[in-house]
Write a protein that binds this ligand. Structure first.
Ligand code: NAP
Length: 286
């Protein structure tokens, strides 16, 4: 699509940003919907972040995604000088900025939305929304996943397991929900039965390591198993779960769905996630 002088502009702020799949993802949607708009990689160092963010609306940008290392700075900016969505306030992080018409910078976090939307699409049998969920890991991504899952009223117990117990306790304290139960990563076997959903958010398996973040021997055979690591697409954890017959969902769809709220706010269309988009984004993953 040729750009006109009225083109809508957005982008992703990060350092480095060359590895980001977001320009490829949003570019696909812009092309598919014939939108007069552009989504640009914006390589910005930490020390320049505030200056650049404040300048972008003055240059006609409608908003931006924020990635490493700017998520906390974006959160503080919106908390102190802008507006935060309820979920961004709860999670304590921002990955999507919208420059509102009244000049206010709005911050949202969409990873939890993307996580749940992906499972809803890939596992429409919604058994995983009822009963006990086990979340492995207590890093930044786990916070979003846990917050997203706690929005589902059918989740009656959420077991949050982490190698560093203190970190899991901090997440539980911040999210303050009586359904959260914390345990060490090596204590998850006790929760494997009567379990509807297991989510790996740890980096175990990221570089093709073969060790599993949780033993699967006692896992309910009907439990849905998902990994938010998407490189490789089928992690050793997912492969092991699939081999014993559990349904699995990979993590790529979370990345694709988390981009939808930003695209809709900047470009006016709620875009769809489908096989063509998956293939296009995967072809750009290294
Ligand atoms: P993070 O904040 O650094 O947290 C990493 C987590 O992994 C922590 O819970 C950490 O435990 C655990 N961990 C790391 N190495 C471990 C090991 N050897 N054994 C056991 N636990 C280990 O990272 P993050 O931002 O949460 O991201 C986690 C992963 O999710 C990354 O691989 C990232 O690429 C992926 N991700 C995917 C999406 C998506 O859209 N699909 C979105 C965001 C992130 P400790 O606390 O004990 O260190």
């Amino acid at each position: 699509m040729m750009l006109t002088g009225k083109a809508r502009l957005a982008g992703v702020l990060g350092w480095p940003v060359a590895h980001s799949l977001s320009p490829r993802l949003h570019g696909f949607w812009l092309h598919r919907h014939g939108i007069d708009g552009a989504y640009l990689p914006l390589p910005v160092r930490s020390e320049d972040f505030l200056e650049v963010v404040r300048a972008l609306p003055k240059a006609g940008f409608r908003g931006a995604n924020v990635t490493v290392p700017h998520k906390e700075a974006a959160f503080a900016l919106c908390r102190d000088h802008g507006r935060l969505s309820d979920r961004a306030r709860r999670v304590g992080s921002v990955n999507t900025l919208v420059f509102a018409e009244d000049g206010v910078i709005e911050g949202d976090t969409t990873d939890g939305f993307g996580f749940v939307a992906n499972l809803r699409q890939e596992a429409p049998d919604d058994r995983w929304t009822r009963g006990r969920a086990v979340v492995l890991g207590a890093g930044g991504a786990a916070r979003s996943v846990v917050a997203g899952l706690l929005e589902l009223p059918g989740i009656t117990e959420l077991v949050l397991a982490n190698r560093t117990l203190r970190r899991a306790e901090e997440v539980a304290a911040d999210l303050a929900d009586a359904r959260i139960r914390v345990c060490a990563l090596d204590g998850t076997a006790a929760f494997a039965d009567h379990c509807a959903l297991v989510v790996n958010t740890t980096s175990v398996g990221l570089k093709g390591e073969q060790s599993l973040p949780m033993p699967l021997d006692a896992l309910d055979p009907a439990a849905l198993v998902t990994d938010i690591v998407y490189h490789p697409l089928v992690t050793p954890f997912l492969a092991a779960a699939q081999a014993r017959g559990n349904p699995i969902v990979d993590g790529l769809g979370m990345l694709l769905h988390q981009a939808r709220p930003g695209f809709q706010a900047w470009f006016g269309v709620d875009p769809e996630v489908d096989a063509d988009l998956r293939a296009h984004v995967l072809a750009g993953a290294v």
